[in-house]
Design a binder for this molecule. Structure first.
Ligand code: DGT
Ligand code: CA
Ligand code: CA
Length: 575
């Protein structure tokens, strides 16, 4: 069984954790961590490459020995070194490592001296004051550990971007009114448009910090103040979301924004480029010796290392620095580039608004076309359409188009892909539509081979246009089904069909990595809201954020085409 990139990367990360517990050479630990990160960010499936007899893509910092290990992992899903290392440490050690203030040394101490085998046992030991007695521990650490353990099970560890958006906007409004504050900006994973965020990071400028941190901690939504000082503060909001605030002088704004936007891997790479030029880069500025040579804007930071500005969504050290150096950064797609939306529902199935209402809302959102794509009959729960109802709806849409100039409604369907790869409606019905969006809604648990075959068969269908939410995942709720995405992308390229980037914030499906893979294969993506009510067209901006993380430019996006350019692309040329 070949392994996927994420499995390979997880295994390499585990090796790093275990080596760290053994207090192995830090360079060796770092080599595994870097390799894990590089493989996680790769656009192509390492195992399929190797199977095809191709070599590993050149990844910086992966030497011969490590490359051998990766090959072994990719082909056998197994790494003897990992098994070996696991026998050296109790399983709980890895879990403990993730708690605050616990490095390899203290974890070893807990396991050896207190015979801890579970986090629950550690909790009891903390409550019995047994931990603070150990060398290297203190009541301060005891308190932090207790807090971390007691807060652990509550709610999801990470927040979905849509939930965070609603919390951040009013907080920023509050901060902009703080005494003496000038600029306020969100940084961190939120600014990089990651699909989920761990916490919110905010950078503000002010001459004097203390009045600003005081103002911040008095925000009405604050449930708990975790830390508050003169230039920084951390609070937990009532929703459970943590917010870190940093206050810097105006001359450090760009440097601080850059530092706290991350990602950490990107920062480290930029800092290293600075070092090569004899510069020191930190959150206060860029320094040559003790002289500050840049720091007020992010553009200055990049200029100091001879790079153009790199958009936040790309800052993951996945090749963006090399691309910037070669002046080959993509011009990323923007919300305003979207001309239409190819996936929306109405009251005919499980939507909440009529076709007229949906069209009016889309027009108000600046779109020139939408496709109405109801569920098909197999999805009885959603009151899916049969051929007769579909035909009636198509006639209704034609009447609507006759009376409107501002927006065109395309006749579509979100047809179920049945277990054997057949589509849920007959060719005669599908052939009358402008496009056919097809989706897997059942049997998520098929084997990788069966699931892949199922979808490939559906794609061979002459009327197949777009594969909706291609992996079926629901963030934090349902794992993606197991499918060979490189093969689906290849098939889409051969057959001239498209993949959807479903913009619903619970889905954001395709992932950024697969978006980039599709782009590299020349397969266009449909960034689609999957709107079930008029307000849902606003989801498109989350899709655009994800698309930007996947390096997509307007020309990579199907619905960045005008209707006139779109029509011939929808008319498939299968013999
Ligand atoms: P999150 O909160 O888990 O969704 O992800 P981030 O990226 O927002 O991470 P966070 O909140 O821990 O830190 C914010 C940024 O601060 C991070 O993206 C980069 C920067 N940063 C944090 N720790 C380090 C570090 O040890 N070294 C460097 N160079 N940068 C760091
Ligand atoms: Ca963060
Ligand atoms: Ca943070």
């Amino acid at each position: 069984m070949p392994a996927h990139n994420t499995e390979i990367a997880d295994a390499l990360d585990q090796v790093a954790d275990l080596l760290e517990l053994e207090r192995a050479n830090p360079f060796r630990v770092r080599a595994y961590r870097n390799a894990a990160r590089a493989i996680r960010g790769l656009g192509s499936d390492v195992a399929s490459l190797l199977l095809r007899g191709e070599d590993l893509p050149a990844i910086r910092g992966i030497g011969k020995d490590l490359a051998g290990k990766i090959k072994e992992l990719a082909s056998t899903e197994h790494l003897p070194l990992l098994d070996e290392l696991r026998t050296h440490v109790p399983p709980v050690a890895l879990e403990l490592l993730r708690l605050p203030n616990l490095g390899p040394k203290r974890v070893k101490m807990l396991c050896d001296k207190l015979d801890i085998h579970s986090v629950e046992q550690l909790h009891r030991a903390l409550l019995d004051s047994r931990v603070r007695e150990l060398p290297g521990f203190s009541t301060g650490i005891e308190k932090k550990l207790l807090q971390a353990i007691e807060e652990r099970p509550k709610g999801p560890a990470r927040f979905k971007i849509a939930a965070v958006e609603g919390l951040v906007a009013p907080l920023l409004d509050h901060l902009r009114k703080a005494p003496g504050v000038d600029k306020v900006s969100v940084a961190g994973s939120y600014r990089r448009c990651q699909e989920t965020v761990g916490d919110i990071d905010i950078v503000a400028t002010a001459e004097k910090g203390p009045p600003v941190t005081r103002w911040f901690t008095r925000y009405e939504e604050v449930a708990r103040i975790a830390a508050a000082g003169d230039t920084r503060a951390t609070v937990v909001l009532r929703s459970g979301l943590q917010v870190d605030l940093r206050i810097v002088p105006a001359k450090s704004y760009g440097a601080a924004l850059h530092y706290f936007t991350g990602s950490k891997a990107h920062n480290i790479a930029i800092r290293r480029m600075g070092q090569e030029r004899g510069l020191k880069i930190n959150e206060y500025g860029v320094f040559r010796g003790r002289r500050r040579i840049a720091g007020e804007t992010e553009a200055e930071i990049y200029r100091a290392v001879d790079l153009p500005f790199i958009p936040p969504e790309l800052r993951e050290n996945r090749g963006e620095i090399e691309a910037a150096a070669a002046d080959r950064l993509p011009k990323l797609v923007e919300l305003a580039d979207l001309r239409g939306d190819l996936h929306a529902h109405s009251t005919a199935t499980d939507g909440h608004n009529s076709i007229e209402e949906m069209a009016a809302a889309a027009s108000a959102a600046g779109l020139a076309y939408i496709a109405i794509t109801e569920h098909s009959r197999h999805l009885a729960m959603a009151h899916g359409l049969d051929p007769a109802r579909l035909r009636r709806q198509a006639a209704e849409i034609e009447r609507f188009n006759g009376g409107r100039r501002d927006i065109t409604v395309l006749r579509g369907i979100e047809v179920d892909i049945l277990e054997d790869g057949a589509l849920d409606l007959p060719d005669s019905a599908l052939g009358e539509l402008d496009l056919v969006v097809a989706a897997v809604h059942t049997r998520f648990n098929l084997s990788r081979d069966k699931q892949t075959e199922r979808i490939l068969r559906a794609m061979e269908h002459p009327h197949f246009t777009v594969l909706a939410h291609p992996t079926g995942r629901l963030i934090g709720e349902r794992e993606p089904y197991d499918v060979d995405m490189p093969r689906l992308i290849e098939a889409a390229r051969e057959r001239g069909c498209f993949l959807e980037l479903n913009a619903h914030p619970d889905r954001l499906d395709l992932s950024e990595v697969h978006c980039r893979m599709a782009k590299e294969a020349g397969v266009l993506l449909s960034i689609a809201s999957d709107a079930h009510r008029t307000g849902d067209f606003a989801y498109l901006r989350f899709g655009v954020g994800q698309a930007r993380r996947g390096w997509l430019a307007p020309q990579d996006v199907l619905n960045a085409r005008s209707l006139r350019e779109l029509r011939p692309l929808l008319r498939r040329t299968m013999a």
